[in-house]
Design a protein around this ligand. Sequence first.
Ligand code: UD1
Length: 421
Amino acid sequence: MERLIIRGGNRLCGTVKISGAKNAVLPVIAATLLGQDRETCLDEVPNLDDVRTISELLRSLGVTVRHEPEHNKLFVDATTIENITAPYDLVRRMRASFLIMGPLLARLGRAKISLPGGCAIGTRPIDLHLKGLEALGAKISIGHGYIEATTPDGLKGAQIYLDFPSVGATENILMAASMAEGQTVIENPAQEPEIVDLANYLNLMGAKIRGAGTNVIKVDGAKKLIARDYTIIPDRIEAGTYMIAAAMTRGDVYIANAISEHLKPVIAKLKEAGVTVIEDVDGIRVVCDRRVRAVDIKTLPYPGFPTDMQAQFMAMLTVAEGTSVVTETVFENRFMHVDELRRMGARIKIDGRTSVVEGQTRLTGCQVKATDLRAGAAIVLAALVAEGETQVAYIHHIDRGYDNLVQKLVSIGADIKRVDC
Ligand code: UD1
């Protein structure tokens, strides 16, 4: 089994370049299914297991996919699409597989996708995806572990109110509505930068979407969408993770490519913790020369504090001056990193969706495991300041979402290596 071996105590300094966003590239790859006439070339595609999984999924539909990770490019030719089934093995590995439901319905009028099943971070139902697609005219049936959808009368524009601004549901509805007949209005949609990126890509293909990034999105359906080349936005969560690495190790790191507009709540909280954050058009410099201060955080849909940064922030708060309160409102059961941080000496109490984190801990290296992607990132951050050696197991979770983590951390001075033992 592969592990990360990390020796803590190094101050991180230098420049680290952020890759394309995982959560932007996955819906954009799903949207390539809508593109006709030619091949699509996507640029700034991060080298991640999740990208390999969705590529495998598209290939299983008969689509030609070529990945050139050394050039950050992915080529998709969806003109050859023939199947409509997403098998259990792929959906189980990556819930975002469900994002092909909207494009398949729009393009072929049929989709059959395995039920996602349990997930480490909360129950994560898909009811909002299904409600939205039904409003657009999809007929949905569930049986034998699969969700099957058809559009006997085609997709028709509709008024859709989302009870919760779900990122995935907004994306699925956007993709289906782009080729529906007439106008769709999505009220209370997700407003994440990844939604805006998907809408920009769909508009480039010929869709007519207005209001992405606000609380009402209007979509006028197009008859046909043409494949177009596209460049993915930088990953705000990867950027935020390196910002915390710089702050925790009292370092000085320039996070090249980071878009500060996408990181406002993270920057605000780091400043509140006493960290110096200098923003410019090409990136963000993070400097810290003292112990950070305790801050309270509460996760919320964008533009609130991102749930995908909660675990990493908590790792930082274990060594902060004072006691912090961390509240998770987006997912149930997203505190799996707490047990692993406790193994390293952290003093954290959980009460429902709230954790109380005592600061000024002397973290100590030990054997720990990544229980999910962001929990894995939190453990790595804690290990960077822990006394002695930390061994991190189950790093396949980290490979799902961090492009070249080891090389990037080594390049700014961390003592980290990947071993097979
Ligand atoms: C996306 C991100 C993930 C991030 C999350 C929240 C991708 C590939 N993943 O996940 O990294 O943590 O947004 O920012 O972009 N919900 C329902 N019914 C639904 C759909 C969601 O109740 O039909 C609930 C979920 O259980 C969860 C909350 O809504 O509690 C947020 O989920 P959602 O925004 O849909 O997250 P994902 O799109 O799965």
